[in-house]
Ligand binder design. Structure first.
Ligand code: PSU
Ligand code: MN
Length: 344
């Protein structure tokens, strides 16, 4: 495991904790003292595959991809298809994909083939939000990171761009069930590309919370918040961009203000796959009722609802899910490249 001297970190050679403890000098962190006073070994830097390490070292475009959508959101064989299509889309855009996860207790950017296979089999892989990271690490577990968990890892490696399907948000039924994705978006300076928040959520409330938290939401080629499975929701957005270069420019402005929130870039699912609002609404209402009857709670809610909606739409929700994941990965790749190009 490598430890870095703060967020503008160096690519220190990987050392295991024990070696580090005995032999390596303590590294000073650039983070404020109250963050690091009780972290004698410094802030961790996720282990990267060689390809990702090389891309970071040359200042190349790298796009983070979450793993919870693979290990909890989509069932085999669709999760494999999602992994392949997303990574290929990032590569085709000229960037390097980095699936984030905790592998046998170690936070990583990029999964090797063996770990990816385990995650795709969903073999004892737990769902890891930001709060779950320390326990997954301490117990040596495999953990698939949600948007919140992924953002926490992006921050450790200064990854500025991340693609996902839909973010978590404010749930409709359960009072106070609000995804940690929102809070992490509010404190992680990363561009997050998605198709909005999942239709199973309370979308107006989710948008309001993002506003309260100061997270800019920009439509990519659209003026409304997309509904994940659907093109529109009737919820107007305050900003629109039509090119990756425009997003990059807005991002630089955001960062020039010292803002440390994410920027949410939303685009509708590819038109050929988008579902009608009536179909999605009916499936969602039925799924919510089923969750109530089954007494599903907490972290299990989102995977349950997604699976139930998939069953109720004869898999059409899966087809649109795969298509939008690929499209979002492609856009994230283009934005990451634009960030490396126009550094002025
Ligand atoms: N969107 C999907 N599939 C998913 C998720 C989102 O299409 O599996 C996952 C993401 O990882 C997101 C998480 O961060 O669900 C939200 O879970 P919760 O509501 O428990 O925070
Ligand atoms: Mn929740």
């Amino acid at each position: 495991m490598a430890f870095a001297a703060g967020r503008r970190a160096v690519h220190a050679a990987a050392v295991c904790i024990e070696t580090h403890r005995r032999e390596a000098p303590l590294l000073r962190s650039a983070a404020p003292a109250h963050y690091t006073a009780d972290v004698p070994h410094g802030i961790l830097r996720p282990r990267c595959t060689a390809v990702i390490e090389a891309a970071l070292a040359r200042g190349g475009a790298v796009v983070a991809l979450e793993s919870s959508v693979l290990a909890q959101g989509l069932l085999p064989p669709h999760n494999r298809e999602a992994a392949v299509r997303m990574q290929r889309a990032v590569l085709d855009a000229g960037a390097t994909p980095a699936i984030t996860a905790v592998v046998r207790g170690e936070p990583v950017l990029g999964l090797d083939d063996e770990a990816l296979e385990r995650f795709l089999r969903r073999d004892g892989v737990r769902k890891v939000s930001a709060r779950d990271l320390p326990f997954a690490m301490a117990s040596g577990a495999d953990g698939a990171t949600t948007v919140a968990g992924t953002l926490a890892l992006c921050a450790l490696a200064d990854l500025p761009v991340f693609a996902t399907g839909g973010i978590g948000g404010v749930h409709r039924d359960a009072p106070f069930d609000e995804s940690a994705d929102l809070v992490e978006l509010a404190r992680t300076p990363t561009i997050v590309v998605c198709a909005g928040a999942k239709s199973i959520l309370d979308l107006p409330a989710t948008l309001e919370r993002l506003e309260t938290l100061g997270v800019p939401v920009v439509g990519f080629g659209c003026d409304e918040l997309p509904g994940f499975f659907t093109t529109s929701t009737g919820l107007r957005l305050g900003a629109r961009c039509d090119t990756a270069a425009d997003i990059a420019r807005a991002w630089r402005a955001h960062r020039s203000l010292g803002r440390t929130t994410a920027m949410l870039v939303v685009q509708p699912p590819p038109a050929a796959f988008a579902l009608s609002a009536s179909l999605v609404d009916a499936a969602t209402d039925a799924a919510l009722a089923a969750a109530r009857v089954a007494g599903v709670r907490g972290a299990a809610v989102t995977p349950f609802l997604l699976a139930d909606v998939a069953a109720r739409t004869d898999g059409r929700s899966v087809a649109v899910n795969l298509a939008l994941l690929e499209a979002n990965a492609a856009l994230a790749g283009a934005i990451a490249v634009a960030l490396t190009e126009g550094a002025a």
